[in-house]
Ligand binder design. Structure first.
Ligand code: HEM
Length: 527
C-alpha cells in the first residue's frame, strides 16, 4: 500500500517537474503560461479520473455522422442488427446516430435482463424530436412517447390503465362496434369482382373501430374525415422513416428541415381533430354517462383535480389530456391495422391454415357471430394471431427507452442517459429460438392437445417491463374478433402466380408494413 502511495507521489512529482520544465519553453507572459499549464493539468486530471465505461461493441462510427450511413443499406436496420449480432458483435450493439449513442438489444436474454431484471434502470423515455412531432405536432408539450418519465408511476398505472382503459376499450362497446363495422368492410370486399388491394378497406375498418371507441361516433368506411386521417398517418409513417435529422442535429429544430416541416403540417390535422373532439367532450362531460375513451380520460383528469394535489395536477393538464387521447388513438389504430394487414396477406397466402382457422371458428360459434367471450376458446385462431404478430412484427424496434442511471447489460456498461432500442424483429426471427423462423407455422404456439402452450420467451411484440404496451389486453381479443368475423363470411386467396413477400413496403425502423398486395375474396355460404 505504502509502496503504491510512494509510486503515486513520485509519479505526481515527476509530472509536475515535466510541466514546470515545459512551461519554460512556453511563449507569452507568466499569466498565459500559468493558464496553459492549468488547462493541461486540468485535461490530464480529467482523463485520469474520467469514469471508464466498458461499452458494448459496434461498427466504427465516423466523425459527425456516426453510423448514420447504415440507413443507406438495402436492408432495414433491424435485419442488419440480427446479422451483426450473430456474426460479429453479439446481442448488445452500440450505434452512433450523429454524436448520440444508442444501444440496441438483439436477443431475448439481454432484453429480459434490461426490461425485467433491471426494469427501473431502463424505464425512461428519451426526448425524441420525431416523437414530439408525432404526438403533439412539436408543440411545447414535452411529449416523450405517451408518458414522460415523471408521469410514468402515477399516470400509467393509476389513471389510464385502471380507469379509462378498462371502462372503454374492452367489453360491450368494442364488441358492438366490431359487429356493426366489420360487415361494412366484408360487403365492400365482396363487391370487388377481381383481385384488389385491401389496404384501404382494412385500414378504414380499424380506424372506424378505434374512432368509435375514442370519440363515441360511428364513421362509415368512406367517411371523408376518416379517409383523410388515414392518409395523414400513412404519410406521417413514411416521412418519419428512420427518424428526423432534427434528432441528430438539435439546432436544426430552430428552422426545420423540409421533411420535418411537411410532417408537422400534415400531423397538425390530426391534432386539430383531437383538440376539437376533446373540447366538445369537455363541454358535455357527465360523470354519470361516460360515453367513450375521451370522456374516461377527462373524468380521470377531473378526479385528479378533486384530489387537489398540485404535483399530480401538473401532470394532467389539458395538453396532457389531448396528448393521451392522441397517443391512444395513434397507438391503437396504427399497430392493429398493420397486424390485420399482415394477417389477411398471410391467411390468403396459406389456404390450409385459413381453412383450419375457419373450421375452429365454425365449431365454436355455430350460426352466430363470433363474440369477445369466444377469445380463449379459439386456441388455433389465437395461435394464428401470435404467428401473424411474429412474422409481421409491426413495431420492429419498439419505442425508444432511455437509461435512468448508470447500469449494465450483457456484461457491458450502459451509462445514464443512453438511448436503448429493443429489436423485436430480431427476437421474432432469431434462429436460436425459432425453428425455421421464415416459415408461417401457427402450430409452434400450440401444445400436444392443441391448446395454447406457454408463450415462447422470444415472442415479445408488446414488449415487457415498466414500459410494456398498455394495449395488449385490448389488441389481442380485438384482432381475433375482427379476423373471426371476416373469416366467417369470406374465403380469401392470392391471385394465381402471386406469392407471399416478407419484405417491408419501405425501409423504416418505426414500422414494418407489407408491400401492397392483392387478394381475391368469395362469400362463404354460411352467414
Ligand atoms: C398489435 C397491436 C399492438 C402492438 C404490437 C403494440 C406494441 C407496442 C410496443 C412494442 C410498445 C413499446 C413498449 C416499450 O417501449 O417497451 C407499445 C407501447 C404502447 N402501446 Fe402498444 N401495441 C399495440 C396495440 C396498442 C393499443 C390497441 C393501444 C391502446 C389503445 C396501445 C397503447 C400503447 C401505449 C399507451 C404505449 C406506451 C406505454 C408507455 O410508454 O408507458 N398499444 N406498444
Amino acid at each position: 500500500m505504502s509502496e503504491a502511495l510512494l509510486t503515486v507521489k513520485e509519479a505526481t512529482a515527476k509530472l509536475l517537474d515535466v510541466v514546470r520544465e515545459g512551461s519554460q519553453h512556453l511563449p507569452g507572459s507568466p499569466t498565459t503560461q500559468a493558464l496553459t499549464v492549468g488547462a493541461v493539468m486540468g485535461a490530464l486530471t480529467y482523463l485520469l479520473l474520467k469514469k471508464r465505461y466498458r461499452l458494448p461493441p459496434g461498427p466504427t462510427a465516423f466523425p459527425l455522422v456516426g453510423n448514420l450511413l447504415v440507413f443507406r443499406e438495402k436492408d432495414p436496420l433491424y435485419m442488419i442488427l440480427l446479422n451483426w449480432s450473430k456474426e460479429k458483435y453479439g446481442p448488445v450493439i452500440t450505434l452512433y446516430f450523429g454524436p448520440k449513442r444508442w444501444v440496441t438489444l438483439n436477443s431475448i436474454d439481454v432484453v429480459h435482463e434490461a426490461l425485467v431484471k433491471k426494469a427501473t434502470d431502463f424505464a425512461g423515455r428519451p426526448y425524441a424530436f420525431w416523437i414530439a412531432v408525432r404526438t403533439c405536432a412539436g408543440s411545447k408539450c414535452q411529449a416523450t412517447a405517451v408518458l414522460s418519465n415523471k408521469q410514468l408511476g402515477t399516470a400509467r398505472e393509476t389513471y389510464i390503465c385502471t380507469f379509462a382503459f378498462r371502462s372503454f376499450m374492452t367489453g360491450t362497446p368494442l364488441e358492438v362496434a366490431v359487429h356493426e363495422i366489420v360487415p361494412l368492410a366484408v360487403d365492400k370486399m365482396a363487391a370487388e369482382t377481381g383481385p384488389f388491394d385491401p389496404h384501404v378497406i382494412l385500414s378504414s375498418l380499424m380506424f372506424s373501430i378505434i374512432y368509435s371507441m375514442c370519440f363515441g361516433e360511428r364513421r362509415g368506411l368512406d367517411d371523408p374525415e376518416l379517409l383523410r386521417l388515414m392518409h395523414v398517418l400513412d404519410t406521417g409513417n413514411e416521412l418519419i422513416g428512420n427518424g428526423l435529422f432534427e434528432d441528430v442535429v438539435p439546432f436544426l429544430r430552430l428552422s426545420l428541415t423540409p421533411r420535418a416541416r411537411q410532417l408537422k403540417a400534415i400531423l397538425t390535422e390530426l391534432f386539430d381533430l383531437i383538440r376539437i373532439n376533446v373540447d366538445k367532450h369537455k363541454e358535455t362531460l357527465s360523470k354519470d354517462n361516460i360515453r367513450d375513451m375521451t370522456d374516461a380520460v377527462l373524468l380521470a383528469q377531473k378526479r385528479v383535480e378533486e384530489e387537489e394535489n398540485p404535483e399530480k395536477m401538473a401532470m394532467f393538464n389539458d395538453v396532457h389530456v389531448r396528448q393521451i387521447v392522441s397517443d391512444l388513438f395513434v397507438a391503437g389504430v396504427d399497430t392493429t391495422r398493420m397486424t390485420l394487414d399482415w394477417g389477411l396477406y398471410l391467411l390468403a397466402s396459406f389456404p390450409e391454415i385459413q381453412r383450419k382457422t375457419q373450421e375452429e371458428i365454425e365449431a365454436v360459434t355455430g350460426d352466430r357471430m363470433p363474440q369477445l367471450a369466444d377469445y380463449g376458446k379459439l386456441p388455433y385462431t389465437e395461435a394464428v394471431l401470435y404467428e401473424i404478430m411474429r412474422v409481421g412484427t409491426g413495431v420492429p424496434m419498439g419505442l425508444p427507452h432511455e437509461t435512468l442511471c448508470d447500469t449494465t447489460v450483457g456484461g457491458f456498461d450502459v451509462p445514464k442517459g443512453t438511448m436503448v432500442l429493443i429489436n423485436h424483429w430480431a427476437l421474432h426471427n432469431d434462429p436460436d429460438h425459432w425453428d425455421k423462423p421464415e416459415e408461417f407455422r401457427p402450430e409452434r404456439f400450440l401444445d400436444d392437445q392443441g391448446k395454447m402452450a406457454p408463450k415462447p420467451e422470444s415472442w415479445l411484440p408488446f414488449s415487457t417491463g415498466r414500459r410494456a404496451c398498455l394495449g395488449e389486453a385490448i389488441a389481442k381479443p380485438e384482432i381475433v374478433l375482427v379476423l373471426a368475423c371476416i373469416l366467417k363470411r369470406l374465403n380469401i386467396s392470392l391471385p394465381p402466380g402471386d406469392k407471399f413477400d416478407p419484405r417491408p413496403a419501405f425501409n423504416s425502423t418505426a414500422v414494418y408494413i407489407p408491400k401492397p398486395y392483392r387478394i381475391i375474396v368469395t362469400r362463404r355460404t354460411k352467414p
